[in-house]
Design a protein around this ligand. Structure first.
Ligand code: TRH
Length: 363
């Protein structure tokens, strides 16, 4: 029966970094584990999934992990079965043979283009829009994640807040300020390190591998760990996705980037600083402004200015020193605000659940 929509195929083409596969991997697991769907995740680059899910074998063309069937997506892939729901992540363009197989099905499958996250208002207008295929009898629907009930929501597992709160409750803490760093190499990392190195109180900076670690190593030299005054800088190995979430829960301030870590920092309900993924024509700055406008509602003028100034300084490379000072002063208010912000967002539907309902309504 079509309305059951048991078989879901998610197609993911890795452009760069870990955001595309990070989002698809979370969605695939949630659909399988919370909604009982049989999910096949087609990925063109299994090596980018492997760090997030170390159990998989990046050379194996078909395997199952966390209840998800993971298939290597090559251009010559043979189509034995077409899902009842097909998710084309980030307009990755389905293989022509697969599209033809979709078009021959009765009833037609539900075809979704899962879009990138933005807080910009236009995403609300475009969410759910239908786009008929120019020549095949198929309709594609645009699905926009977002921060308001007029969008497709954000990925949030059912037990997420309970797991987070349990982890924080059992976390043994001293007075050290714990910070995680996951950013692009365009961020003013050297300046941040200098500022943190002057801290009168203990700071522990956990540095992600790749661009963040390269930026730190370029500033300090060597491979770390490093100690500068009261600042300890600790590189960490790439963590499985659930472990990365836990790190964010345990830190007082999280520097995050892109899309998926940005959302996870919000669920962590700790202070965070976001570096947007660079886009041509400074389009990422519109994304940043749109998010900040929503996010600061409810903060005092001082708290709002502190958050806006630090996000902007981190993204532009200008004014970090003063912005950091003001942010630290406002941190208690910002941390309280972030918990409220996360709870407010959780009042909206979670993306996986909303997507299941959306697709059921398109049969
Ligand atoms: O890696 P990113 O920069 O991804 C970006 C963005 O998604 C951007 O919008 C997109 O256009 C571009 O990729 C192609 O940042 P993001 O989105 O935070 O994704 C990182 C993923 O890696 C996220 O799922 C968290 C995960 N991660 C771990 O699981 N373990 C780790 O140790 C680290 C550092 C990250």
């Amino acid at each position: 029966m079509a309305a059951m929509q048991l078989n879901w195929d998610i197609f993911c083409r890795v452009i760069d970094n870990y955001g595309d596969i990070g989002v698809c991997w979370r969605l695939a697991r949630q659909l399988a584990n919370e909604h009982g769907k049989q999910v096949r995740l087609w990925v063109d680059d299994l090596r980018s999934l492997q760090p997030l899910c170390p159990e998989i074998d990046a050379t194996c063309l078909e395997q199952t992990s966390h209840g998800v069937e993971i298939c290597h997506w090559s251009e010559t892939v043979a189509v034995e079965r077409v899902g009842e729901v097909i998710i084309e992540a980030f307009a990755c363009e389905l293989p022509a043979a697969y599209l033809a197989a979709m078009a021959s099905m009765t009833p037609k499958p539900c075809w979704i283009n899962l879009e990138y996250l933005t807080a910009e208002a236009w995403a609300e207008g475009c969410h759910g829009m239908a786009s008929p295929h120019p020549s095949l009898p198929l309709v594609k629907y645009f699905y926009f994640p977002g921060f308001s009930p007029a969008t497709g929501g954000l990925l949030r597992e059912r037990n997420l807040f309970a797991s987070r709160d349990a982890e924080i409750a059992q976390c043994l803490r001293d007075d050290t300020l714990e910070i995680s760093l996951f950013c692009y190499d365009s961020a003013p990392v050297g300046e941040l390190l200098d500022i943190l190195g002057e801290s009168p109180t203990a700071v522990r900076l956990h540095v992600a591998p790749g661009q963040p670690l390269a930026a730190v190593a370029a500033h300090f030299g060597g491979n770390g760990p490093w100690q500068r005054g009261a600042l300890s800088v600790l590189p960490f190995e790439f963590l499985p996705q659930e472990e990365f979430d836990r790190l964010l829960w345990r830190c007082d301030i999280n520097f995050v980037r892109g899309e998926d870590s940005f959302v996870r920092a919000q669920w962590a309900a700790q202070a965070f600083v976001w570096q947007a993924y660079w886009q041509a024509d400074e389009a990422h700055l519109d994304k940043l402004d749109a998010f900040l406008q929503r996010y600061i509602a409810g903060l005092s003028a001082t708290g709002a200015n502190a958050a806006v100034d630090l996000f902007q300084a981190w993204n532009s490379g200008c004014g970090l020193r003063q912005a950091w000072k003001n942010f630290l002063a406002a941190r208690p208010e910002i941390a309280t605000h972030n918990r409220r912000w996360a709870e407010g967002l959780a009042g909206n539907h979670d993306l996986a659940e909303a997507l299941v309902k959306f697709c059921a309504g398109k049969v």
